[in-house]
Design a protein around this ligand. Structure first.
Ligand code: GTR
Length: 389
């Protein structure tokens, strides 16, 4: 059986290598003018902005506004004895005024009690039913195990993505599109889709978190599952205040390489969810090889900050190998910036996390979901890199 196991590992490694070699991926370290990118200065001054702009114009679309004027927040409810006294609950309404009205994000935030130092923690962009993020904690969903985060000394924050933009195609009338898009001009082909809107919303929550002295703004992670994982990655690319970006089962137009053409593909996602990305993204329907970017470069936009890619073994639709390889091919950028991305280039077996480098990875056995196992590994990774006991 040992020889067999060895053989299986070998075959898997060869398959991995072949998959990677067959793909003609754009090189994150070659600038649009053909020049090699060889310094940190060149990365941040030239190549990073240029890649970010390609993702804006061709994939996610451009947010027309940063922090809106008149943005304000109010504490709607506070419970200093939440979770049997372990945490303080803050429910905060974040008001985002725009043309003809405002959006209100309802943030739920638990911070651990009896701590001296500002607390690091995790902001979840919730794309599941509200009962998964129940502030009363009568409902305790493994999708957001807030008690576990508090036990380990992290704050647990979340908001529901529909507060920013309902997840339905309505020609961009409702949500923040209706508030901030220019009504007098036709929608440009690189106007923001819903994913970019949700990512923008997470940045507004960060604006609020930064205002709190009890939060360690240098160690805030943004987390998302599936469409939320796509959103977390784009958020981390656009907003460098997030020190750790966690993509869980994010798949197509998340961590998975488009050029793998495995599982969900660009044409399919654009057809199923015409409101998620920008109009230009349709150019790449059945034409992934024409994309000027691929998703390893989205991971590279997080560098040298911490990134985490989580896959699930039965989640073929999200292409676990494609998600892993995006981490592998973001590696050169991490190395240029003086760190290591993933510490292996072969996909690890299920339930054996890879945590040594600045990109973390695990393949959970099981299906498409965000579970306590996943959260536990995100916290292990944060403990390790944030040097927490
Ligand atoms: C699926 C979609 C995926 C993923 C998933 C989810 O229907 O094809 O891209 O985003 O939904 O968000 O759960």
């Amino acid at each position: 059986p040992r020889t067999l196991a060895l053989l299986a590992t070998l075959v898997a490694a060869m398959a991995n290598a072949a998959y990677a070699d067959e793909l003609d991926l754009p090189d994150p370290l070659v600038a649009e003018n053909g020049q090699a990118v060889t310094s940190e200065h060149q990365w941040f001054k030239q190549r990073r902005p240029e890649m970010l702009e390609l993702f804006r114009t061709q994939v996610y679309g451009r947010a027309p506004i940063g922090r809106p004027g008149g943005m304000r927040w109010e504490l709607e409810n506070e419970d200093p004895q939440a979770m049997d006294g372990a945490a303080t609950l803050s429910q905060v309404a974040i008001h985002l005024p725009g043309r003809g009205g405002e959006a209100v994000v309802h943030l739920t935030l638990f911070t651990p009690n009896n701590v001296e130092e500002p607390t690091p923690g995790f902001l979840l962009i919730c794309n599941r039913d509200l009962e998964n993020i129940d502030p009363t904690r009568r409902e305790k969903s493994p999708f957001w195990p807030a008690e576990r985060l508090i036990e380990r000394g992290y704050f647990a924050a979340t908001f529901h993505y529909a507060d920013i933009d309902p997840d339905e195609h309505d020609d961009f009338q409702n949500g923040v599109h209706g508030l901030y898009d220019d009504p007098d001009h036709p929608r440009p082909d690189d106007a923001w889709g819903s994913v970019a809107a949700w990512a923008w919303g997470a940045s507004r929550v960060m604006d609020y978190l930064e205002s709190r002295a009890d939060i360690d703004r240098e160690r805030v992670a943004v987390v998302g599952h599936s469409r939320g994982g796509k959103t977390a990655l784009w958020c981390g690319a656009e907003d460098q205040r997030f020190a750790l970006v966690v993509s869980n089962n994010s798949g197509c137009t998340g961590a998975a390489l488009a050029r793998r053409k495995h599982g969900e593909r660009v044409a399919r996602i654009n057809r199923s969810f015409p409101h998620w990305f920008c109009e230009n993204y349709n150019r790449y329907n059945d034409n992934e090889d024409a994309l000027p970017v691929d998703q390893h470069e989205l991971v590279a936009l997080v560098a040298p900050r911490l990134a985490y890619i989580a896959s699930a073994s039965e989640d073929d639709w999200a292409d676990p190998l494609g998600e892993f390889l995006a981490g592998v091919h973001a590696g050169p950028v991490y190395r240029l910036l003086g760190g290591e991305g993933l510490t292996a280039s072969d996909m690890p077996p299920a339930d054996q996390p890879l945590h040594g480098g600045r990109i973390g990875y695990h393949l959970r056995s099981g299906g498409h979901n965000l579970t306590e196992y996943d959260w536990g590994r995100f916290m292990d990774f944060a403990d390790r890199h944030w040097r927490r006991p």
